[in-house]
Write a protein that binds this ligand. Sequence first.
Ligand code: HBI
Length: 96
Amino acid sequence: MVEQLSEAERAEALDGLSDWDYDEARDAITRAFVFADFSEAFAFMTRVALLAEKADHHPEWSNVYNRVEILLTTHDAGGLSGRDIEMADAIDGLVE
Ligand code: HBI
């Protein structure tokens, strides 16, 4: 069972994720990525999909042309967990 982050743990984790926003209603983190075109956006999604399968941790996301919006939360924990923070770090690593 994955544990939901406490308020203090969440605050500390969010401090280290400056590009992500906290969605209070969902107890989730979100980030929008914008690419040159659809092809670049979809290539990024493919890389995220491979990360997600490897980690057995999957994003809620949408894509419109060159824009990819990602929301991370842990369904098994009913909110934000350490697995979301790890996934956000790994996704950030793809675009830095
Ligand atoms: N992805 N975001 C997210 N949250 C989960 O709880 C989750 C997941 N991917 C796979 C997964 N859980 C499985 O471990 C379980 O549902 C079996």
